[in-house]
Write a protein that binds this ligand. Structure first.
Ligand SMILES: Cc1ncc(COP(=O)(O)O)c(C=O)c1O
Length: 386
């Protein structure tokens, strides 16, 4: 695909739309412009489309349609979950627990709540990026109202033991939210199996457009709204629905549900082919895998190359491969990503960390070409610095 363009290995940043998603959306660009709140036929068509999408998203995660609230993306879903839960239970307490590897869409909400009088405990992670249930058990208090821990990490792909963590939160009487922006569409995600109360979805990580997402709110869980307006989305997310993109998200969810096992095998094959391709050329002791070797997203390969700087490597491969850096080296200091820092990746490794994330459109030919370019570039940078 597009061999004249850089090979896209940044699916955790965002994904293209699949042909099925585009086809589902097209009539809503070209013809169906009704407002779902209107009672005439235009409105009814739009409303029916939104409800179909709600059912498709619900089915993908084992929820009931009435438990899905459409949002403008993962960030808004996280805001609604964390702020909405914190504000809805004033009698419960003001203690929130989160982890050191969350996306800013959770950490920044927690920091804001802290400035408003809430107390936040941030749990550490181990070298593979996992939170330990023992640490959560120790941190839980009678006034803990919410635990928010992501399902899978965007940078290193590490999957958290959500089932165990949610069970502990519930034993202590707290709610459990998980940011599943990176896992929905790449892993089997079932809200009942996971035992979560709230779960965030970001459309553009699963081949739907940017600017749409959803929050699963388990039936019976009370949330306070964070935006004010008319009564759409069970009065939790007012504003005229983004029908076009909600339809896209529904189609993407349906496609994910129908193809997940094949998609996962393909992702693993591509990810591991890239890893093997690089280790065939570069000495294995000069390459380090960041993240959990097994409990990891099937598409994510975060590698550190010793004696390289991530941004120089990214620039060197830029014409041929698009990926993302885990650190930015400046003249006098190095900015290491907060995730790699939390995992205590030694600085000499963290400096040269790149994230490669493959997708359903990635081909073996692309992977082989990318491995060749990346390995050659690493060798070139290493020899120039000696
Ligand atoms: C783990 C995680 N949470 C939340 C988000 C934010 O989602 P969105 O870009 O849809 O606001 C992202 C994506 O950048 C993410 O990777």
């Amino acid at each position: 695909m597009h061999l004249h363009r850089p090979i896209y290995l940044d699916y955790n940043a965002t994904t293209p739309l699949t042909p099925k998603v585009i086809a589902a959306m097209r009539p809503f660009l070209e013809e169906h412009y009704g407002n779902p709140s209107s009672s005439h036929r235009y409105g009814r068509t739009a409303k029916a489309a939104v409800e179909t999408a709600r059912g498709q998203v619900a089915a993908l995660i084992g929820a009931a349609p009435g438990e899905i609230i459409f949002t403008s993306g993962g960030t808004e879903a996280n805001n609604l979950a964390v702020q909405g839960a914190a504000r809805a239970h004033p009698g419960r307490g003001k203690h929130i627990i989160t982890s050191a590897v969350e996306h800013p869409a959770v950490t920044e909400v927690c920091a804001y709540l802290e400035s408003q009088g809430f107390l936040v405990t941030t749990l550490p992670v181990d070298a593979a990026g996992q939170v330990s249930p023992e640490d959560l058990a120790e941190a839980l208090r009678p006034d803990t109202l919410l635990v928010s821990i992501m399902h899978a990490n965007n940078e290193v792909g590490t999957i958290q033991p959500i089932q165990a963590l949610a069970a502990l939160a519930h034993q202590a009487g707290a709610l459990f939210h998980t940011d599943a922006a990176q896992s929905v569409g790449k892993l089997t995600v079932d809200v009942t199996d996971l035992g979560v109360d709230l779960l965030s979805i970001a459309g553009h990580k699963l081949y739907a457009p940017k600017g749409v997402g959803a929050l699963y709110v388990r039936s019976g869980i009370k949330l306070e709204k964070v935006t004010f307006g008319a009564g759409q989305e069970r009065n939790l997310r007012p504003g005229t629905e983004n029908v076009l993109e909600i339809v896209g998200l529904g189609a993407a969810a349906e496609e994910a549900a129908q193809t997940l096992p094949q998609r996962v095998s393909h992702l693993i094959a591509m990810r591991d082919r890239l890893h093997a391709g690089l280790e065939n050329v570069l000495l294995p002791e000069t390459v380090r895998l960041n993240g959990h070797p097994e409990e990891r997203l099937p598409n994510t390969l975060n590698l550190s190359f010793i004696n390289t700087e991530a941004n120089i490597l990214l620039d060197t491969i830029a014409e041929h491969v698009a990926a993302s850096a885990g650190a930015a080296c400046h003249a006098d200091h190095v900015d290491i990503s907060s995730v790699l820092k939390a995992m205590r990746v030694p600085i000499e490794w963290a400096k040269g960390a790149l994230r490669f994330s493959v997708g359903s459109m990635t081909t073996g030919e692309e992977i082989d070409r990318a491995a060749e370019v990346i390995a050659q570039s690493v060798e070139k940078i290493r020899s120039a610095s000696h």
